[in-house]
Design a protein around this ligand. Structure first.
Ligand code: SF4
Length: 438
């Protein structure tokens, strides 16, 4: 019996448009306040320090006309206005009042105004491990996106509460694989007699429900750092991998790192019967890639790489493996956010870089390594709109609420889901060799 796929807000064009414009407006400090603030702009290839911002027409979020697709866009409390000149002082005071009872995590792609209050920064898995290593902190305020807060909840103790300052901070890639769709896919593979030959390998950037599916079917979680190890392990177990939810990371790892053939990969489209594939295609494939991608990294283009090589003499192009295969093939270096940071940190002064990852991180790299030339790879890519939902007003609201004894936006993963997700995460931790960084 086929399950009906749930409606996904991230795939609703109207909601996505409103979220993107809302997030862009929030990123520009215009949601509640038109006061211009210093920042870089995407139109400039070279990351710049300051600019005046034009006014944007604002759309009303959380109008309440479609509560399902507007999940989390309305803050269930009194959000401080972005124009409040005391926001920084309020965040400091609330954090000081909470003391060691709160630990603030900041993902590399967060805005500077939020990163300033992070007790530690990192990629998603590093942050989840950091949370687990702070058992004395009753509250983990996760400045990142929803799946990361779920992973932190799974890896922390029952006495700790993970808070996501804005529930609208989702991930378009994670939302491209709904659990009902993935269960449908597995049912199809069972009907075809193929499932017993398939191991699921799921990227960290996925919902807890997909991680639990992976645990129930003997698979493993992977990150962008250990995807090669995870795939090698999986292909030692069985002859095929179902790779969720990022087709690009799966393809790049199989072809680039394991030397597999491109035509050994097929893409399962959850919106088409039998994934849009034939039995013969599924029989022949080694990698069954879920049709998902990152809405930021998927936009870096071959043309941008060519333009960087043309415009910046001696440039080295470094990109994240969530980028499309043809872009990764042209790059000089490919790696996770942690690898990108480490590679640039280790480079000699005067090295010219064109960096293909999220803009907030690239801006901070440019500020941190002024002795190097650091450019953003693509003119037509902007911030991750959902990451940027977390802003200083939401952080202040979350911290002040905790200081007042109110827990807002807690993330609780269902215990059964958490158990099976933990099985898949533990399998990853048991993999040999490389680090487990995202
Ligand atoms: S950068 Fe991409 S993978 Fe990361 S949170 Fe944004 S949409 Fe998701």
């Amino acid at each position: 019996m086929r399950r009906s796929s749930r409606r996904c807000w991230i795939h609703d064009p109207t909601t996505m448009l409103r979220l993107c414009i809302g997030a862009a407006a929030a990123a520009l400090g215009l949601r509640r306040c038109a006061r211009p603030r210093a920042s870089s702009v995407c139109e400039d290839r070279q990351v710049s320090a300051t600019t005046d911002r034009p006014a944007l027409p604002l759309l009303v979020l959380g109008a309440g006309t479609d509560l399902h697709t507007e999940r989390g866009v309305e803050c269930p409390g009194e959000l401080p206005p972005a124009s409040d000149p005391d926001l920084v002082a309020r965040a400091r005071a609330a954090k000081a009042a909470l003391g060691d009872s709160v630990f603030v995590l900041g993902h590399h792609y967060q805005r500077d105004e939020v990163i300033e209050f992070a007790d530690t920064t990192g990629d998603s898995f590093k942050l989840a491990k950091e949370a687990a290593a702070r058992p004395d902190a009753a509250y983990i305020v996760f400045c990142g996106v929803h799946f990361m807060a779920e992973s932190a909840d799974i890896l922390t103790s029952e006495t700790q509460t993970v808070v996501l300052p804005d529930l609208a901070a989702g991930c378009s890639m994670a939302d491209m694989a709904a659990i009902e769709q993935v269960e449908d896919c597995w049912d199809e593979l069972v009907e075809l007699g193929l499932a017993e030959r398939v191991v699921p390998v799921t990227y960290m950037n996925s919902s807890a429900a997909i991680k639990a599916f992976t645990g129930r079917h003997g698979g493993t979680i992977c990150t962008s750092s250990n995807a090669k190890t995870a795939l090698t392990w999986a292909l030692d177990q069985k002859s095929k991998v179902l790779f969720l939810p990022d087709q690009h990371l799966g393809r790049n790892t199989y072809v680039r790192d394991l030397g597999g053939a491109l035509d050994g990969c097929v893409v399962w489209d959850p919106h088409r019967p039998m994934g849009g594939l034939t039995r013969a295609q599924l029989e022949a494939a080694t990698m069954i890639l879920w049709r998902g991608h990152c809405s930021v990294h998927g936009r870096f283009s071959v043309e941008a790489v060519e333009a960087a090589r043309r415009d910046i003499p001696g440039v080295k192009v470094i990109v994240h493996p969530e980028c499309r295969h043809e872009v990764v093939e042209l790059a000089d270096e490919v790696g996770s956010t942690e690898k990108i940071i480490a590679t640039i940190a280790a480079a000699p002064p005067g090295t010219q870089w064109a960096v293909g990852t999220e803009l907030n991180l690239v801006r901070r790299l440019a500020a941190r390594f002024p002795e190097q030339g650091i450019a953003f790879l693509e003119k037509n890519v902007c911030y991750c709109s959902t990451m940027n939902r977390i802003d200083l007003p939401h952080l202040v609201w979350a911290l002040e609420s905790l200081a007042a004894g109110r827990v807002v936006n807690p993330i609780h993963v269902d215990p059964d889901v958490a158990h099976h997700a933990r099985v898949a995460l533990d399998q990853m931790l048991a993999l040999p060799g490389e680090t487990h960084k995202d």
